[in-house]
Design a protein around this ligand. Structure first.
Ligand code: SF4
Length: 238
């Protein structure tokens, strides 16, 4: 959005520092972009086609958007270098459909690896299930799953996806859909898909983002709002 930033920043040119260091000094990108064009995703529009970064910074929070779409040479180079670290988090997720036994074996060479997948729609269920099973069979038990909500689902479908991930013993990470174009692009969480109410979307997002604290409370009994009892965590009560 160069025109939006025209008054506050100069676009282009070399920087005397690495912007990523200011965001998170533990983070790295070994590639940018993606080969896919998922309808709900901003990556291919912001970053473009996939490129591999040979001299990437060896850091534990790997933010590649689609590491498994890189060449096998690059993937092996990444694992060989990351093996020197005490832990690695494949933070932006690994594409479940590309996650093969070979990848699981190599990632398992890292001392402590967190792998993450994403369940964007119910159609992804078989491949996400297979990826989770493959990871576990290779000792990769620290698993996260991003779940897209509010893009093309109903509240019931979204909860079904989230509860299925929970039933596998994994706390889901809710990803609320955010358009990057149109009238809702500039105000975070202003978009509400038809079939949802604003409150339904907020409740699902808030509850499933805080399962660490709230998992003893069934969603049906979860209430958030001004009537919450004073002193309860974040105002949420059963
Ligand atoms: S959702 Fe993932 S796989 Fe799809 S385009 Fe975005 S980065 Fe690529």
């Amino acid at each position: 959005m160069p025109e939006y930033l025209a008054d506050v920043a100069e676009i282009g040119g070399e920087l005397p520092y690495r912007p990523l260091d200011f965001h998170n000094p533990m983070a790295t990108f070994t590639s940018r972009g993606c080969v896919n064009r998922c309808e709900f995703c901003a990556v291919h529009r912001i970053e473009g086609d996939l490129i591999e970064i040979e001299d990437f910074l060896v850091r534990p929070i790997v933010c590649d958007n689609n590491l498994l779409a890189t060449s096998i040479t690059h993937f092996n180079r990444v694992i060989d270098r990351l093996k020197t670290l005490p832990f690695v988090d494949f933070n932006q997720g690994l594409e479940a459909g590309r996650f093969e036994i070979y990848h699981a074996r190599r990632i398992a060479e890292i001392k402590h690896a967190k792998v993450r997948f994403s369940l964007d729609s119910w159609e992804d269920k078989p491949e996400v299930h297979r990826a989770i099973d493959t990871a576990r069979e290779h000792g990769l038990n620290d698993i996260g799953v991003y779940v897209l909500v509010g893009f093309n689902d109903t509240p019931a479908e979204a909860r079904e996806k989230l509860e299925w991930i929970r039933s596998l013993g994994i706390r889901p990470n809710v990803m609320r859909f955010q358009p990057i174009e149109g009238e809702f692009a500039m105000a975070k969480n202003s978009y509400v898909l038809k079939g949802w109410t604003k409150k339904e979307l907020e409740d699902v997002t808030r509850y499933y983002s805080r399962l660490r604290f709230l998992e003893h409370i069934p969603f049906e009994k979860y209430h958030y709002g001004p009537t919450a009892v004073a002193g309860s965590l974040f105002g949420e009560v059963a």
